[in-house]
Design a protein around this ligand. Structure first.
Ligand code: RB5
Length: 113
């Protein structure tokens, strides 16, 4: 499965951890996020990922910002995109099973590794 990932400056560290984890599991990961840690506007960073998921029903995404809210608000404006805020394994499972989420939104500043 191809997984798109994206993040603003608040999510660089978490994105790197998620990227490594997914690659070790054998997923093909496309990183569309900020890598610099310099301040960026989260909508600019999320639009390309959300458009791609909106146009490709079989693709999934993981997005990250400080709270996970800004990025999910942007992504959820796109037709066919269902981004769910998630902070635990149980919620991740529930938003897939009950909400058919195709994007997982993570609050980078409120998760510990
Ligand atoms: C960036 O400081 C922060 O506002 C952003 O990462 C996000 O939490 C917005 O929703």
């Amino acid at each position: 499965m191809n997984i798109l990932i994206s993040n603003d400056h608040a999510g660089v560290e978490l994105k790197n951890a998620v990227n490594s984890f997914l690659k070790k599991k054998g997923y093909v990961v496309e990183n569309l996020g900020d890598n610099s840690g310099e301040s960026v506007d989260y909508p600019d960073i999320i639009h390309p990922l959300a458009k791609e998921i909106s146009n490709n029903k079989n693709k999934k995404g993981i997005i990250m910002c400080g709270t996970g809210n800004g990025v999910s608000m942007v992504a959820n404006k796109y037709k066919g995109v269902r981004a769910g805020l998630c902070w635990s394994k149980e919620i991740a499972e529930l938003i897939r099973k009950h909400n058919d989420a195709n994007i997982l939104s993570l609050p980078a500043r409120f998760l510990s590794s």
